[in-house]
Design a protein around this ligand. Structure first.
Ligand code: CP
Length: 302
């Protein structure tokens, strides 16, 4: 059985194959009965708009069915004290794949130790969000026509952003990548991520302002400062709103550069950025459906 737990599990071949299949699906090469008879359970202990709906949309488009709890923290038996292991053991009997989002890092791996169906990590606290990173790479591929040689500025909250962590791990599969993290000193990327980047020859540096990167980056990847990860409101309040992408920044970017954001956007950009053709974050969210369709067909067979 294949689980999707962390970005490091993907090889370049896996990614190439996945993106070929994703593009076929995007072009309509599927029927509405490919996954007929399969059931996807979405078990979300943290809020979501894109990940849960796009997985559910992907499954429904392929003819499968969905059972779902969007607030498992309160509306599953977790509130009565049930362990994640017991919940997963039981839901494994009700579904053919479990999409799990949890507020604690490492929970998807714990779930996988007892699951009898594939587990998909849909975000584990400040850990990883591998399927978001897959759709992020697919977005770069579609919008920039290639990934090798890209300079990506990752802005906002590299410390807590699980999408940044997973994207950095996936980028190890590509050549001549440069990453510039743009953040306050207290929100810099974790040492574990930087160590992996060093070990895999991904050049990276840290910057303190957007002005240092806008004219050179091929991709500006904005992230919100993640309020829910701070232990004090005071630290959050002093960290938020420092990196807001404006239309002027975007106009100073290279003509073929793009602006991405895993969304939701909170204090991360002016709405005027939407009018620029460089803004691709809503397309990025759309591509998520096709990437997740490709993942489900791979896990469940067509
Ligand atoms: N990008 C992302 O994970 O969004 P949601 O939290 O809405 O799922």
């Amino acid at each position: 059985m294949n689980h999707i737990l962390e970005a490091q599990q993907f090889s370049r071949k896996d990614l190439d194959d996945l993106f070929v299949r994703t593009q076929e699906l995007e072009e309509g090469d599927y029927t509405g009965n490919m996954l007929r008879g399969n059931i996807l359970a979405s078990l979300f202990y943290e809020p979501s708009t894109r990940t849960r709906f796009s997985f559910e949309s992907a499954m429904l488009r392929l003819g499968g069915n969905v059972i779902s709890t969007e607030n498992a923290k309160e509306f599953s038996s977790a509130i009565k004290g049930e362990s994640i292991e017991d919940s997963i053991r039981v839901v494994s009997h009700y579904a053919d794949v479990i999409v799990l989002r949890h507020y604690e890092e490492g929970m998807a791996k714990r779930a996988a130790t007892v699951a009898t169906v594939p587990i998909i990590n849909a975000g584990d606290g400040p850990g990883q969000h591998p399927t978001q990173a897959l759709l992020d790479l697919y977005t770069i591929l579609r919008e920039k026509k290639g990934i090798d040689g890209t300079h990506i500025a990752m802005v906002g909250d590299p410390k807590h952003s699980r999408t940044i962590h997973s994207l950095c791990y996936l980028l190890a599969n590509y050549k001549d990548i440069r990453v510039t993290f743009v953040s306050l000193p207290n929100l810099q990327a974790p040492e574990s991520v930087k160590k992996y980047m060093n070990e895999h020859d991904i050049a990276f540096s840290e910057a303190g302002s957007l002005d240092e990167v806008v004219s050179d980056a091929d991709v500006i990847y904005m992230t919100r400062v993640q309020k829910e990860r701070f232990s004090s409101d005071k630290e959050y309040e002093s960290s938020r709103g420092k990196y807001i992408l404006t239309r002027e920044h975007v106009d100073a970017m290279k003509n073929d550069a793009i602006v991405m954001d895993p969304l939701p956007r909170v204090d991360s950009m002016d709405f005027a950025v939407d009018e620029s053709p460089k803004a691709v974050y809503f397309k990025q969210a759309k591509y998520g459906v096709y990437v997740r369709m490709a993942l489900l067909t791979k896990l469940l067979g067509e």
